[in-house]
Design a protein around this ligand. Structure first.
Ligand SMILES: Cc1cc2nc3c(=O)[nH]c(=O)nc-3n(C[C@H](O)[C@H](O)[C@H](O)COP(=O)(O)OP(=O)(O)OC[C@H]3O[C@@H](n4cnc5c(N)ncnc54)[C@H](O)[C@@H]3O)c2cc1C
Length: 492
């Protein structure tokens, strides 16, 4: 019998992983990618011996990766050479005080007690809550498909409303554990990974600081792009065909089904099923006939964006830890400027990554590879944001923050710089509004409230990736790929 054919639009983590599952299930799979290399947001560039992961830099939720590699028929440990990063982050506050987040509870106790006496006990209780949330979210929300609303709204799940604190905002919930604002921010900033402010994220997200401390933040030797390279190897072994530099211009539809895709060059490819890994709202907006669904999606909440700086420097900055976070005192104002004003905060919290601290191959000997990420608002409808100006302001903030660590000479040592603004994210990967984490993860945009991974009208058009269920993040993109591949196998 002739095998069924699938076209996957986009070679991001979700697209490649789904392609492997489908090929292993007997489909003939072709992946079409607009760029010249795979990875999507999880990407990399190299220059003069410096290697930069341009998107993800944190390998978090290792148990999810482990399970997803197993589902692909292999072991994560065979594919990746992982080292644990501990302390995970070095936090630096406006008053110069510091906190190294570590799984060494003796060290945490000493550090926390010096910031707020009695707070270590608060951390222990907070981590217990985080563990409960983590287990429930993974079992009941992440690791399952929501094909219909009754998959969420049933008697069994009623208890989730009380146990996951979905209606209590995360920052507000911190008062049950800490009084000191620096500690409240130290254990809520992770919400930004969902593209959310802790002032509107549900308290459920205490699961993130929990998993980072309990299961660790890791680093694959060679950088995060090793994950993409490993998946590509598995895809090739499974017989997946990749066509790069090949942008899909339209999805070919009839009244109830899709027939294939039309490429930018004018050619047409047919398939039994089309799986879109390109950002879901972009697909509705640009690749499908316009309808009310595209408009409704464009009105949904989108996550923030970031301005990223990639610097090759001719000197090593040993004082810089692998992951440094500068957390601003005006924490709430920071998120308001990003979410409400779609702009750059006056005193932004920001992140600095020095991968050569973890793997010396990431920079030439005696030199350094530095990445700075400054969260900002996504692209506005009115197009009034001046990204050149905001980028220069953001750069100034990074230099200012580095001076607080005694690093005064960075500008003189930068050999070259690359920058990404929200415009770059939109252009490179077709991300709607340049939003780096896709559709936001507010309560009304989670689980069965997230757009379905199958189109409601075109029965053989499916979706995978950050703007689908379960949402943003590399391991979650792999989960999303497994869930949709199972659905395709069930329904086709
Ligand atoms: C700055 C940044 C930092 C992050 N940090 C982390 C982190 O530390 N840890 C973590 O786990 N996650 C992190 N993430 C999130 C993570 O990168 C994403 O959630 C994940 O990579 C998304 O994968 P995806 O499957 O949605 O595919 P995407 O990465 O969105 O890939 C989709 C692909 O589709 C292609 N495409 C689009 N339109 C077309 C078209 N018309 N034709 C053909 N191809 C098309 C795009 O070029 C792209 O390659 C970060 C993201 C960013 C941007």
């Amino acid at each position: 019998m002739k095998s069924k054919s699938a076209i996957v639009i986009g070679a991001g983590i979700g697209g490649i992983t789904a392609a492997i599952h489908l090929a292993r299930a007997g489909f003939h799979v072709t992946v079409l990618e607009k760029n010249s290399r795979p990875g999507g947001r999880c990407n990399r560039f190299s220059r003069e011996g410096h290697h930069f992961d341009t998107g993800p830099t944190l390998f978090v939720m290792p148990l999810l990766y482990e399970a997803e590699f197993l589902a692909l028929g292999t072991s994560m440990y065979e594919c990746l050479d992982l080292q644990r990063v501990d302390p995970t982050y070095h936090l630096v506050f406006d008053n110069g005080s510091r906190l190294a987040l570590t799984s060494d509870m003796k060290s945490m106790q000493a550090q926390l007690e010096s910031i707020q006496p009695g707070s270590f006990q608060g951390l222990q209780r907070y981590l217990q809550e985080g563990e409960r949330h983590y287990q429930l979210v993974l079992d009941r929300l992440v690791n399952r498909d929501f094909r219909r609303a009754s998959d969420l709204f049933n008697f069994q799940n009623l208890a989730l409303i009380f146990r996951l604190k979905p209606f209590i905002n995360h920052y507000h919930n911190m008062s049950a554990y800490f009084d000191e604002p620096r500690l409240k921010s130290a254990f809520t900033f992770q919400d930004i990974y969902m593209g959310l402010s802790p002032f509107e994220a549900p308290a459920t997200y205490s699961m993130m600081p929990y998993t980072e401390l309990a299961h660790g933040v890791w680093y694959p030797k060679g950088g995060m792009y090793r994950v993409v390279e490993s998946l590509m190897e598995l895809a090739r072994q499974a017989g997946v065909e990749f066509i790069f530099s090949s942008a899909v211009e339209r999805i070919d539809t009839n009244a109830s089904h899709v027939r294939g895709v039309l490429l930018a060059g004018g050619s047409r490819l047919e398939a039994d099923v089309v799986l879109a890994n390109a950002d879901l709202p972009y697909v509705y907006q640009h690749l499908l006939p316009h309808d009310g669904l595209a408009k409704a999606l464009a009105r949904k909440r989108f996550s923030c964006s970031v301005i990223s700086f990639f610097w090759g420097v001719d000197k090593t900055y040993e004082a810089l830890a692998p992951h440094t976070l500068f957390l601003a005192d005006d924490y709430r104002e920071n998120f308001e400027r990003i979410e409400r004003d779609l702009s750059l905060p006056a005193n932004p919290s920001l992140y600095l990554h020095a991968p050569a601290r973890l793997d010396s191959c990431m920079a030439p000997p005696g030199q350094d590879t530095l990445i700075a990420i400054v969260p900002v608002g996504h692209l506005s409808e009115d197009g009034q944001q001046d990204w050149g100006e905001l980028r220069d302001e953001a750069r100034g903030h990074v230099f200012r923050r580095l001076r607080t660590l005694g690093i005064n000479d960075i500008e003189a040592h930068i050999k070259f710089e690359e920058t990404y603004t929200p415009l770059s994210w939109a252009k490179r990967y077709n991300l709607m509004k340049g939003s780096t984490h896709g559709l936001s993860h507010t309560l009304t945009q989670m689980a069965c409230f997230r757009p379905s991974n199958r189109h409601p009208r075109y029965r053989n058009l499916y979706f995978v990736g950050a703007s689908t269920h379960p949402g943003t993040g590399m391991p979650t993109a792999m989960v999303s790929a497994r869930l949709v591949a199972e659905r395709i196998r069930d329904e086709l």
